[in-house]
Design a protein around this ligand. Structure first.
Ligand code: P6P
Length: 345
């Protein structure tokens, strides 16, 4: 029993005393952690409960929803409703903003979440995750106007994710570093295992879906081609590649040992702005990456500075080890192509 390691509540209450994290936020994070534990159990028992496979519906993204996408969404929504300070929810799986209060007040929270990231891995028993972040209102807002949830990533006060893997991880930041917890099966508690997770500035490991090479723009193709050219190429060293088809897992690896994750816009997704969604995928991960000493960019702009224009807006993402991301940003600066525009032929 890892009794010498603080539980999530003990850690957050200490955070409350030292960094002024509000008790309502502590209890909301505990509710989100509980939702993740329930989701983990539904995944592990999915085969027996008939929870695997398609829900027979499509989400706003035009993606076929898995039953567990819907189950995970309902768990997040249900647990966030326990907190009287949550004014609104923005979910990958729900087209409209879910308003929980008719008159949101200063100090209330907006919770953004991707309840099940990488769900295409479920049917083949590969790991998946959940992503969330929280904004606190500094002014009263109009609950009849969905545009009031369109907040820059710099407004997030908290971000985190769960990994449903061989062990269950729960990683969070409240703006004072990134801290990792593991679910202890015996007690059911999340206990601290990684304090102040830090991304090494250099790396020789990248994550990208290389099958999309022919549709990337020039800066991305240049970066990838130089990496795979190995020690005889311009980088003068050998690189390793990973691709898990679940961003949460790739980011957890990067927070643990460094690396760079790229999901650039390409000729197939450029009209939509890219693949990954800004509010509940890119922004939470960007906060975590920066809090751990890494960089998070679209190629030309800091992710956290992007002003959202719609709830399900997509952006190109490049996350990870500072020196590697800066190199890629340099390639964009040297290239006439702008993010979102077609490569010059
Ligand atoms: P592809 C999962 O659907 C996701 O949104 C990310 O978690 C993941 O990195 C990416 O899409 C995988 O995309 O094109 O490789 O299936």
């Amino acid at each position: 029993m890892p009794h010498d390691r603080p539980t999530l509540r003990q850690f957050l209450l200490k955070d409350y005393r030292t960094h002024g994290t509000e008790k309502d936020l502590v209890f909301l994070l505990e509710d989100i952690a509980t939702a993740c534990r329930v989701i983990a159990s539904r995944i592990r028992n999915g085969s027996f409960a008939g929870d695997l496979g398609s829900a027979g519906s499509t989400n706003i993204q035009g993606e076929t929803q898995k039953q567990l996408d819907v189950i995970a969404n309902d768990e997040f929504e249900g647990h966030c409703r326990n907190c009287s300070r949550v004014a609104a929810l923005v979910s990958e799986e729900v087209e409209d903003v879910i308003w929980l209060k008719a008159t949101p007040a200063v100090g209330d929270y907006i919770v953004y979440f991707d309840p099940l990231d990488g769900s295409s891995n479920l049917d083949v028993n590969l790991s998946v995750g959940s992503i969330f972040s929280i904004v606190q209102l500094t002014e009263a807002i109009d609950a009849s106007d969905d545009r009031t949830v369109l907040r820059r990533g710099t407004e997030q006060i908290c971000a985190g994710y769960a990994v449903y893997g061989p062990a269950m991880s729960f990683v969070i930041t409240t703006g004072a570093g990134v801290h990792g917890f593991t679910n202890h099966l015996g007690s059911g508690e999340f206990r601290l295992v990684s304090r102040d997770m830090t991304i090494p500035e250099e790396t020789d490991e990248f994550a990208i879906n290389a099958s999309r090479h022919s549709s990337w723009n020039q800066p991305i193709r240049r970066y990838f081609d130089e990496c795979v050219a190995g020690k005889d190429g311009p980088r003068g060293k050998t690189f390793n590649m990973r691709w898990t088809a679940s961003m949460v897992l790739d980011i957890h690896r990067i927070l643990t040992r460094g690396g760079v994750f790229l999901y650039p816009d390409d000729s197939a997704n450029r009209a939509q702005g890219g693949k990954l969604r800004l509010l509940y995928e890119a922004n939470p991960m960007a906060m975590l990456i920066e809090q751990a000493g890494g960089r998070a960019t679209t190629g030309r702009d800091r992710i956290l500075d992007v002003q959202p224009t719609s709830s399900h807006q997509r952006v190109p993402v490049i996350f990870g080890s500072k020196a590697e991301v800066e190199r890629i940003e340099g390639y964009f600066e040297e290239s006439p192509v702008s993010v979102g525009a077609q490569d010059p032929v």
